[in-house]
Design a protein around this ligand. Structure first.
Ligand SMILES: *[C@@H]1O[C@H](CO)[C@@H](O)[C@H](O)[C@H]1NC(C)=O
Ligand SMILES: *[C@@H]1O[C@H](CO)[C@@H](O)[C@H](O)[C@H]1NC(C)=O
Ligand SMILES: *[C@@H]1O[C@H](CO)[C@@H](O)[C@H](O)[C@H]1NC(C)=O
Ligand SMILES: *[C@@H]1O[C@H](CO)[C@@H](O)[C@H](O)[C@H]1NC(C)=O
Ligand SMILES: *[C@@H]1O[C@H](CO)[C@@H](O)[C@H](O)[C@H]1NC(C)=O
Ligand SMILES: *[C@@H]1O[C@H](CO)[C@@H](O)[C@H](O)[C@H]1NC(C)=O
Ligand SMILES: *[C@@H]1O[C@H](CO)[C@@H](O)[C@H](O)[C@H]1NC(C)=O
Ligand SMILES: *[C@@H]1O[C@H](CO)[C@@H](O)[C@H](O)[C@H]1NC(C)=O
Ligand SMILES: *[C@@H]1O[C@H](CO)[C@@H](O)[C@H](O)[C@H]1NC(C)=O
Ligand SMILES: *[C@@H]1O[C@H](CO)[C@@H](O)[C@H](O)[C@H]1NC(C)=O
Length: 442
């Protein structure tokens, strides 16, 4: 450890004395090279930059990749999100075993672990007592290069890729990256949000591809949104997410000049964004679609609305936190549930309180209905009123079947045509003298 540290220090001095800092704009670090903060390397076409960064007033430093042309700095990959470097005097170079290392004081962080591509990509060296001997002779590695795709690759002298940052996504999917699992290499890819906009540590939201190639957004271990990969196709050509048998690849069909990314953001929103040079801003491409579980319990998803998710009339958002929707969110996914503003009359202690049904035309019905054996819409309504647990009903005139719901209403959709008539119970006090419910749909 001590020896290798000294060695790197000497090489670093030599390097610096030969290459003035301002001239460093290469896309590659060779085994005898290094970069020391604030030096960076820039991909050949000038699209991406790799170096150390810190966030606002923070003393934590991270090795990351960001867009060269985008300001404010937009980071697409972080090497050491779990292990911030606590000083700005960090450098990046090859270790004697051929792996890329971050050196900072007496700390050594291993960015790549080419003896085992399955393990986490960064370790805090001081958690080891002795140096890791992987015996990958340095002649095995040739260089590390930042490509114009945003991929950082470690290659050997035969130009074989030994390690690539695209295999260790953080919160951002760039064109050319995968989601899912490759049984041939054992590599799996998913996105995990930052902990906050100022903290790249892993947050609570993740995007994973399940074995049936459905996209799942998770909050911790709980899935709260499921949707088909086809949702990405709304604005782009059909091959945008190319399905393999166990994973999908985001193909770059956007043209070379387009800067775009899919990001699992800190509030649980999945955003497909492109950079608009003219306005110097991120344009979130809005692809309003309802997930398999809609927008959460007692919500309604309106495919044609600017903001697809909203609470049903007479309901409000349970919480008031940072998960609020913003226009332009890719699915305006909302992990919250909506809750009743006024308890149902049949559930209240006051026997005089009554309930009424609120009608929704052109409804895509919620999941998990109970079928009742009644023959008319009126019978269906009175059956529903007869049981306090049955909070909604729908009578299908075509099939003559009566459905009631006794649970959370999930995946209710507002369609613009077709669908069914859907009726849900509200306390009569939610209705005004004209029989209208105080509007709450936003
Ligand atoms: C660094 O290594 C490269 C090839 O590995 C070689 O061409 C170059 O001369 C070396 N530079 C120095 C300063 O040793
Ligand atoms: C950074 O620190 C300065 C002085 O302590 C403070 O005025 C400023 O608001 C801080 N900025 C952020 C983004 O926290
Ligand atoms: C590295 O690990 C040691 C022991 O676990 C800990 O004391 C130290 O704070 C860590 N350093 C960083 C930079 O994470
Ligand atoms: C690198 O891989 C080897 C072999 O799988 C493993 O024993 C070692 O802990 C890994 N080192 C790091 C820093 O991940
Ligand atoms: C490292 O591996 C090479 C062959 O790959 C072998 O010849 C050499 O003895 C090994 N060195 C050690 C210290 O194990
Ligand atoms: C994430 O942020 C919360 C509060 O902002 C903090 O308590 C928690 O420790 C952070 N998690 C990590 C992994 O840094
Ligand atoms: C919701 O947030 C607003 C603004 O932060 C706050 O004033 C209000 O008290 C919050 N309401 C609830 C119910 O937490
Ligand atoms: C009515 O109250 C019972 C028990 O208090 C509860 O289990 C049930 O879910 C409530 N029903 C409705 C529609 O709120
Ligand atoms: C009322 O609804 C509950 C929940 O669906 C059901 O278990 C119960 O049997 C119903 N009661 C009557 C009398 O139908
Ligand atoms: C509905 O709105 C009317 C008039 O704005 C108000 O008097 C009434 O209390 C509201 N009802 C509920 C349940 O919010």
């Amino acid at each position: 450890m001590e020896n290798s540290f000294v060695l790197v220090f000497v090489i670093g001095l030599f390097y610096l004395s030969n290459f003035p800092m301002s001239s460093i704009a290469a896309d590659t670090i060779t085994p005898n090279g290094s970069i020391t903060h604030p030096e960076t390397i820039i991909s050949a076409g000038g699209r991406f930059e790799l170096g150390f960064f810190s966030l606002k007033n923070d003393t934590n430093y991270y090795l990351g990749i960001w867009y060269k042309a985008v300001s404010p700095q937009t980071v697409v990959w972080v090497a050491n999100r779990d292990y911030p470097i606590l000083s700005s005097s960090a450098s990046l170079s090859f270790g004697s075993d051929g792996n890329i290392m971050i050196y900072c004081g007496k700390m050594r962080y291993i960015v790549t672990n080419i003896s085992s591509s399955n393990t986490a990509n960064v370790m805090n060296f001081s958690s080891y007592n002795t140096a890791i001997v992987t015996n990958i002779s340095s002649s095995n590695t040739a260089s590390v290069t930042l490509l114009d795709s945003g991929n950082l690759i470690l290659i050997n002298q035969k130009s074989q890729v030994l390690w690539q940052s695209f295999d260790y996504p953080t919160d951002t999917l760039l064109p050319g990256m995968n989601l899912g699992y490759d049984p041939l290499t054992g590599v799996s890819w998913s996105l995990v949000s930052w902990n906050s906009s100022q903290d790249p540590a892993p947050g609570v939201f993740s995007l994973v591809l399940d074995p049936s190639l459905e996209l799942n957004i998770k909050h911790g271990s709980k899935i709260y949104w499921t949707g088909d990969t086809g949702h990405f196709l709304v604005f782009y050509s059909a091959n945008m997410l190319r399905k393999k048998s166990t994973y999908v690849t985001w193909a770059d069909d956007l043209g070379d000049s387009t800067i775009s990314r899919i990001v699992m953001d800190v509030s649980g929103q999945l955003r497909l964004q492109s950079w608009t040079e003219g306005v110097q801003g991120w344009n979130t491409l809005n692809a309003p679609t309802c997930g398999r579980s809609g927008c959460g319990a007692f919500s309604i998803c309106n495919l044609n609305a600017q903001i697809p998710c909203g609470c049903l009339k007479g309901f409000k958002s349970e919480s008031n936190d940072s998960w609020a929707q913003e226009p332009g969110d890719i699915w305006a996914v909302d992990a919250r549930r909506c809750v009743r503003k006024t308890v149902l009359g049949c559930n209240s202690s006051s026997l005089s309180k009554k309930d009424r049904f609120q009608h929704i035309k052109y409804a895509g019905l919620p999941i998990n209905p109970l079928k009742l054996n009644v023959r008319s819409s009126m019978e269906c309504e009175s059956a529903s009123l007869s049981n306090c647990s049955w909070i909604a009903y729908s009578f299908d005139e075509d099939t003559g079947s009566c459905s009631v719901w006794d649970n959370d209403l999930l995946d209710l959709k507002q369609l613009s045509e077709g669908g069914k008539n859907f009726y849900f119970k509200l306390s009569v006090s939610e209705f005004d003298s004209l029989g209208k419910v105080n509007a709450t749909y936003h």
